[in-house]
Ligand binder design. Structure first.
Ligand SMILES: [Zn+2]
Length: 194
């Protein structure tokens, strides 16, 4: 797990432990294999607090990326991606709606297959130009995200995980070169209804 994808678990833990609550339920926290050891290692560096840092507020579980995961009425499926460490793209299906999140990946047919026909494809667009100088690759440009969206025949594409200084219009134009469906360049607080 790379820290840009999970470090906000720490402030969330404090919000759940000390913030206003209307119930004492513990949110489910699903981690990839090895994730709990990673988080335990991280929190071991903090000043000691009584209790179980994570377990007191989260219902911590580990998912098996090789099998569908059932969470309430939702089915969650995984596919390995092309990244520098073990990483999984995730597809969520509930009722008639589906969302696939690419996670961090270079162009990868396994992610295309997972996203096939999905209503909303949230795809990373880390690179400002196609390709990477060094191998192995681990990320996509916005145009490559558009290619993935086209190949997966998704209903709409949401570009995410792009450089903070990136121009939103350029990201959309680059993805549009490959993908004809609706494109949104998303940021914090973006909401969609499916
Ligand atoms: Zn990342």
């Amino acid at each position: 797990m790379h820290a840009d994808h999970f470090l906000d678990i720490v402030p969330m833990r404090y919000a759940l432990k000390y913030g206003d609550r209307t119930n004492a339920r513990k949110p489910l926290l699903y981690l990839p294999p090895g994730g709990l050891e990673m988080l335990r290692g991280l929190v071991s560096a903090f000043a000691r607090e009584s209790g179980d840092f994570l377990g007191d507020v989260f219902d911590v579980r580990t998912y098996d990326p090789s099998a569908p995961l059932h969470v309430g009425d939702m089915v969650v499926r995984f596919a390995p991606t092309s990244h520098y460490i073990a990483t999984f793209a995730i597809r969520f299906e509930a009722a008639s709606a589906s969302v696939t999140y690419s996670a961090d990946t270079a162009p990868d047919e396994r992610v295309v297959a997972l996203a096939s026909g999905t209503d909303a494809f949230v795809c990373e667009a880390t690179l400002s130009a196609d390709g990477e100088a060094e191998l192995p690759r681990g990320h996509l440009s916005a145009r490559e995200a558009g290619v993935m969206a086209k190949r997966a025949n998704v209903r709409r594409l949401l570009l995410s995980h792009y450089p903070a200084a990136a121009d939103v219009g350029t990201l959309e134009t680059d993805a549009r070169a490959a993908y004809a469906g609706r494109i949104d360049v998303v940021d914090d607080g973006f909401r969609i209804e499916l």
